[in-house]
Design a protein around this ligand. Sequence first.
Ligand SMILES: [Zn+2]
Length: 158
Amino acid sequence: MHTGGDGAWARWELLHGPRDVERWLGVVLDGAEVRARPGDVAPSRELRHAITALAFAAVRGEEAPAAAVAAVNAAARRPPLVPQLGADRLSGTVPQALSTMARDAIDLFGGPLAARVRVCAADNCELFFVDTSRPGKRRWCSMERCGNRAKVRAYRAR
Ligand SMILES: [Zn+2]
């Protein structure tokens, strides 16, 4: 979800054209081969925005915003990417890829892991993650990245 957005996030925008959408969906959907057209950029940004809104609501323990729920449900109603025997990765159109992504979002935010969606505790990091640890007390997006930096900072402070 961290590829741009509205307002303060506009400067981080990575989805400018169809090639950007293809690259993004390939990364997010496990190497999927997606063909994008110019008209696919806006719906891609919209679904990203909706899922980001659901993630923030989950982190804050708030009710999911109705507009975000409607956008995710609408994307999920379309046919998703379909696995094929003999193909090592998914391929298809952007509406299919967005449907697959929306269905993943429904699984996450409609299930028990919704309560485990977090934002990294590091000051200079706002990455979302799902805390699948048994105790559910994970604070960092990754121990290698922000966890170690925080440890080093605490060590230096001592
Ligand atoms: Zn982090």
